[in-house]
Write a protein that binds this ligand. Structure first.
Ligand code: PLP
Length: 221
């Protein structure tokens, strides 16, 4: 079997074991196979195995790799997980099924316009910056209330949940717990949280989409 497929199966088994150990109090998240920088020939075995969710972080790269493939495999859902520039919103709405990185009002307005033009609705996560890290994108806790209301009110966006990239050195458990509380406060369902290094921790806190690159496809160049 192809090594990426083997890796993916291992991750699925590991998660199911954790869920059994929790007496089914945990739920299985969807696994987004993050294929940024990986060539399509190395992604294809995972697609052919029937895997559904794939993630990219650059619009241009995603269009080149996925535009045709998506027409041939309509079971695929494509996720934009990287910083989205306003001027790429048009292409993002066209190609992606989910956007995880909504982090400012201008982008929200642009996405809303494009959705109307293209008559297409994207499932959107608001990216959260819990600890006001200046080098990170995302909506902070003082902004979230207004921002969320604008998104679902005038802009009519389909906000399905929150996404985060926690700090590398902080208290991960506390961070995940706070994200879970935030999600419940807003009565949203989906939480995009957990990467190769921390997904087993993330699923303890209601993560519904984990974003896994390295652990499936190996180290990126
Ligand atoms: C690259 C990336 C991932 C996957 O990271 P790995 O550590 O390789 O699993 C997840 N989320 C975002 C936003 C990324 O850019």
């Amino acid at each position: 079997m192809n090594h990426s497929v083997v890796n993916l199966v291992k991750i699925q088994e590991e998660i199911h074991l954790k869920i059994r150990e929790s007496n089914n109090t945990l739920i299985a998240p969807e696994i987004i196979a993050v294929s940024k920088t990986i060539a399509m020939k190395d992604i294809l075995p995972v697609i052919n195995q029937g895997h559904k969710h794939f993630g990219e972080n650059k619009v241009q790269e995603a269009v080149e790799k996925w535009e045709d493939i998506k027409k041939d495999f309509n079971h695929i859902s494509l996720h934009m997980i990287g910083k989205l520039q306003k001027n790429k919103a048009k292409y993002a709405v066209k190609l992606f099924d989910y956007i995880h990185s909504l982090d400012n009002l201008r982008l929200a307005e642009k996405l809303s316009n494009e959705e109307k033009k293209q008559k297409k609705k994207i499932k959107i996560f608001i990216q959260i910056n819990l600890e006001n890290e200046s080098q990170k994108n995302g909506i902070t806790l003082d902004e979230i209330d207004d921002f969320y209301k604008r998104c679902i009110g005038d802009l009519n966006l389909n906000i399905i949940g929150f996404m985060c990239i926690p700090p590398q050195d902080g208290n991960l458990t506390a961070y995940f717990k706070e994200m879970k509380n935030l999600l419940n406060k807003y009565e949203l369902k989906e939480l995009s949280m957990g990467m190769s290094s921390d997904y087993l921790e993330a699923i303890k806190y209601q993560s519904t989409f984990i974003r896994i690159g390295t652990k499936i496809f190996g180290k990126r160049n």
